[in-house]
Design a protein. Sequence first.
Length: 463
Amino acid sequence: MPPSPSPVSQPRGSRWYDAGASVAIAVLFAFYLLTSEYHNLYYDAEDYWQLGHRFYQQGHFQLLAYDDALRGYAYPLLNFGCLVVRKALRCDAVTVVKLLNAGLAGALMGVVGPRLWQAATGATQPPALARRLLWAGLCFVFWRDYFNFSLSDFPALLALGFALWLAQRHGPAAAIATGLALALALNIRPIYVASVLPVGALLLLGVPRRQWLPCLALLAVGAGLVLAPQWFINRRHFGANTPLVLSQSKSLNIHNLYLQKLKWGLLHEKYESSVGRELPTGQLLFLDPDGAAVLRAEQLQNFETPGQYLRTMLRHPFALAKVYARHVFAGLDISHPTPYLRRWAPAVWLQLLNYSLWFWAALIACQRLPTRRESLVLAALLLPCLAVMPLSMEARFLLPLHLLLLALVAFGARPGLQAVTKQRAFWTGSLYLLFIFGCFACSASITQTVEPRFRPFLLKTAR
């Protein structure tokens, strides 16, 4: 008989252990969110909340009454459920949103993230409670106020993480559930279409070839259950025969949201939103002279087709490489833990911690090459980040990459410090200091590019 599990390892692998970690994290987030300074929904968060009303027509619920072509139905449907809860409890909308998001945080950081790490790395046990709490704590430091709002980023990433975890569990039920979760992520955040092939390949990893077709068929069945309503909605309201989100809006004059954002990505290094307490209200844009010069050289007002954009890339490869490198840095350089700024007050300690975590994560990642399984998980998480790199950058667009860096620090094996020589320690320390100095310099350079109406508020500390 196999040996009995040790008293230490047994609880770490149990469902009760997962539930305890998830509840603890959810309670901590709920306590913070219910006492935070945000008491309203703004911009996209308000739009998502209002979209929940679209399902209530002629005095009753109608799934196919949803008629927005810009956003998928799944997340507004969740908000419709929140509307029902709000009316039943007679509380504010933002309170229901905060409680829901606290639960999502607990599920992502207490269960799905650690279990995905275990499955991808082949570990016998998921990360210990202390490491889960470390990851949750780091996520809290950088992302805590995002959970105040009804935004799609964390729900979509939770669905994708769940799909990646389930894709590594063999069986018909796991294949169907993988399709459900993947389609849910795709409907909430259409950019996750870039994750479809890696998730499918992960599902087939280790499966005999004769079972590939049945596995993919079950995956398609699960995905179809989620995407079929979107297909019927598109046909009913827009005459479009596709199960994917159309990502367009006649009222906003958006024919293709992605192509329009490609233009904005050349004009703006970074994008923030201000809700106006100590800042002017509205879009806070950091302008990119190099990208604007490319548009002027090409005499372009908008990109009409993907081919037009690709030709522009081929004619200006070095200029665009420089522009998009700044996008990556700007997306990871989290100056405030909120999507909606009330003041501009980047904390030096937060920036220093962030840059130091990047450096530490790089040391961990350089210890070995990823396995084939890990590579597929990385592809599913990072290909959407690559797809949004040309767009007008917001920190939440690189959420999978940043949470992955934090997971490397929290869950990864520590670099072999015992074998470090004095010479290697010296060069590593010197490289770290140079890296930190370069990061602060890049951050300050991006801040200097802010549009004129915000300059007195952002650059006042520099004078």
